[in-house]
Ligand binder design. Structure first.
Ligand SMILES: NC(=O)c1ccc[n+]([C@@H]2O[C@H](COP(=O)([O-])OP(=O)(O)OC[C@H]3O[C@@H](n4cnc5c(N)ncnc54)[C@H](OP(=O)(O)O)[C@@H]3O)[C@@H](O)[C@H]2O)c1
Length: 295
């Protein structure tokens, strides 16, 4: 049997690298798109088992890469995430989250590559609204989806967008919550946090990767069009309760000053809730088990 061919953008990132590993492990023929300066640390252990293509930033380079690779499915995860932006971030945000993706769509249309799994964010839905971006990053993710509509109407593209919430798992290099908690447990230095009443929706990386694989399978039998699903734990926890659970599972006592800093502007107090999880998908790894893996 011929291996299924996948093209992955954002494969040097946390989610993309785990997805690349999973597909390689499952026997897919995988090509990843990187930039000349991409940090390849997260793929270094299995980079010999896939093809790496350096994109030079141009549409010509993207078109030639998609033509050469001829992927059956494209997984588009490349993105620049910034919780808050400065004026100097505008160009990189637009380059990574809109220009790069549009080049990819143009190249897919030119090469008649039809199946795309796209990564969106729950932050496109501040306070549960149909569209309300939490920040400029979320606005650029929405802008990309708007552009996507043009290609849906003018080519035979079929797309599933997976809206992700917070993700976590062992080996996560991003300076996110659990990273901070572990550092605090080790240093015993007091940590000022917000009042901690916001609900956090955390999904383990293995469950997130399962959602991408399942979405690719589903795409194969989908008529033309765009489906959107959320990849949610379905059981968000208050930040305070999450920290208490972390203490319980790890045995650490954390010197946290609740209310020691204010909430962020447009802090997400209640994550967006969507009734449409990806058919056939549900999270399998409990928070307790996931936290235990972090030790
Ligand atoms: N993880 C989450 O909790 C979460 C939540 C909601 C949505 N998402 C979405 O899920 C996807 C994956 O997230 P992640 O956390 O794995 O991201 P990440 O760790 O920040 O990785 C981002 C990836 O995108 C690549 N990239 C950025 N700009 C690029 C450009 N202009 N050209 C080529 N590659 C570029 C990066 O490559 P370089 O090494 O070159 O920078 C890196 O491989 C993203 O689309 C993100 O918006 C994630």
């Amino acid at each position: 049997m011929t291996a299924r061919r996948a093209l992955i953008t954002g494969a040097t990132g946390f989610v993309g690298s785990r997805l690349a590993y999973r597909l390689v492990h499952d026997g897919w023929d995988v090509t990843i798109v990187v930039r000349p300066g991409s940090d390849r640390l997260l793929v270094k252990d299995f980079v010999g088992r896939l093809t790496v293509y350096e994109h030079d930033g141009t549409t010509v380079s993207m078109t030639s890469l998609v033509r050469q690779t001829g992927p059956e499915v494209v997984f588009h995860l490349a993105s620049l995430f910034l919780s808050q932006h400065r004026a100097s971030d505008i160009e990189p945000l637009i380059r990574s989250n809109i220009l790069f993706g549009t080049q990819l769509l143009e190249a897919m249309a030119a090469a008649d590559v039809r199946l795309l799994v796209n990564a969106g964010t729950s932050w496109q839905h501040y306070e549960g609204r149909a569209y309300s971006p939490v920040n400029l990053y979320a606005a650029t993710k929405q802008a990309f989806e708007t552009i996507l509509q043009y290609y849906l109407e003018t080519s035979s593209l079929r797309v599933i967008t997976l809206k992700l919430f917070d993700t976590y798992g062992p080996g996560d290099p991003r300076p996110k919550l659990f990273h901070l908690l572990r550092r605090t447990a080790e240093s015993r230095q007091p940590l000022a946090m917000s009042p901690g009443e916001q609900l956090i929706d955390l999904v383990h990386i293995d469950d997130v990767v399962n959602a991408f694989v399942l979405a690719a399978q589903r795409l194969a039998s989908l008529p033309a069009g765009h489906e959107t699903y959320s990849v949610s734990s379905g059981a968000p926890l208050r930040l305070r309760d999450l920290v208490a659970l972390y203490e319980q599972v790890t045995g650490a006592t954390l010197p946290i000053t609740w209310g020691g800093r204010p909430y962020r502007p447009r802090e997400v107090m209640t994550p967006w809730h969507d009734e449409r999880p990806l058919p056939g998908w549900s999270p399998k790894i409990s928070l307790e088990e996931g936290i235990r893996q972090l030790r």
